[in-house]
Design a protein around this ligand. Structure first.
Ligand code: SAM
Length: 241
C-alpha cells in the first residue's frame, strides 16, 4: 500500500532542500531578486508574521517556551526570540533549518541564539516535549485533507497553553487560482498545495481540546493565509480570560 502522506512528505522535504530552498530563502529575505508574484507573497507573509508578533507582544512572552514547527528560515522564530521567548524551531528541510540557524546567529549574536533560538531538522510529527505555545505557519498547505487532523492533534499534544496556526483557506476564489496554477504550472517545479476549509480546521482543533480565541486573515494578490490562535480549553489562565 502506498501512503500518500509519505510520498507528499518526501516530495516536500526534497523540494525544500533544493529548488524550494532557493525560491523561499529569497522570498523570505528583505532583499534579493524576486519577481512580482514572489514580491507579493513576501509582503503577505510578513503581514502574517507581524500579526502573530502583535498578539504575542500584547500578551507578553518573555520567558515562555515556544515550539515553531516548520520554521523555514526563522522569519517568525527569530523575532519571537527577540521578544524574549525561548524558541525551539524545527523544519523537515535541513537547508531551511540551517539557514535559520545562521540568520539567528547574525541577528541575535551567537550566544543569545544558542540560548534562546535553537534550530533543528525534524518532521513535525517526530517532535517531542511540551511548550507554552506552538506555532505552525503556512505549513498546512503541504498536508492533504485526510492528514490535517492528525497534524493538528500532534501539534496540540506539544502545546500547554495555545497553538497559533495558519492555512490557505479553501474558498472559491483561491480554488480557482489554484486550478489556473495547475493549468499553467510554469517553468519551476513546485509542490502540491492543499487548501483547507476553516470548518475542518476548527473541528480538528476542537477534537484536540483547543478553542479558537483570535483570528486574522491576510490576503494580497497571491498570498492567502487564515490565522487562528487556539487555546487549550483546560488551561486555567486562558479559560478564565
Ligand atoms: N513557517 C515558516 C514561515 O512562515 O516563515 C516557513 C513556511 S514554508 C511555506 C513551509 C515550511 O514547512 C517549509 O520550510 C517546509 O520544509 C516545512 N514543512 C513542510 N512539511 C513539514 C513537516 N511535516 N514537518 C516539518 N516541517 C515541514
Amino acid at each position: 500500500v502506498t501512503s500518500v502522506g509519505t510520498d507528499d512528505k518526501t516530495e516536500v522535504r526534497e523540494y525544500f532542500n533544493t529548488e524550494g530552498f532557493q525560491r523561499w530563502n529569497r522570498i523570505y529575505s528583505e532583499d534579493g531578486t524576486v519577481n512580482k508574484v514572489q514580491a507579493d507573497i513576501r509582503v503577505g507573509h510578513q503581514q502574517t508574521v507581524d500579526k502573530i508578533l502583535g498578539w504575542l507582544q500584547a500578551d507578553g512572552v518573555k520567558g515562555e517556551s515556544i515550539c515553531d514547527a516548520g520554521c523555514g528560515v526563522g522569519s517568525l522564530a527569530i523575532p519571537m526570540a527577540e521578544l524574549g521567548a525561548k524558541v525551539a524551531a524545527s523544519d523537515i528541510s535541513s537547508s531551511m533549518a540551517n539557514e535559520g540557524r545562521q540568520r539567528a546567529e547574525a541577528v541575535l549574536g551567537k550566544a543569545t541564539a544558542r540560548a534562546r533560538c535553537s534550530f533543528s531538522t525534524s518532521d513535525l510529527e517526530a517532535l517531542k516535549g511540551k511548550y507554552d505555545t506552538v506555532t505552525c505557519v503556512d505549513v498546512m498547505i503541504h498536508y492533504p485533507t485526510d492528514k490535517m487532523q492528525g497534524m493538528v492533534s500532534k501539534l496540540g499534544s506539544l502545546a500547554k497553553k495555545r497553538m497559533i496556526i495558519s492555512f490557505a483557506p479553501k474558498t472559491w476564489y483561491y480554488d480557482i487560482l489554484k486550478k489556473i496554477g495547475e493549468l499553467f504550472p510554469g517553468p519551476s517545479k513546485t509542490t502540491r498545495a492543499y487548501l483547507h476549509t476553516e470548518e475542518d480546521v476548527r473541528k480538528a482543533l476542537k477534537a484536540a481540546g483547543f478553542t479558537v480565541r483570535r483570528t486574522e486573515m491576510t490576503a494580497t494578490n497571491f498570498y492567502f493565509s487564515r490565522l487562528l490562535e487556539a487555546v487549550y480549553a483546560r488551561h486555567r489562565k486562558w479559560k478564565d480570560g
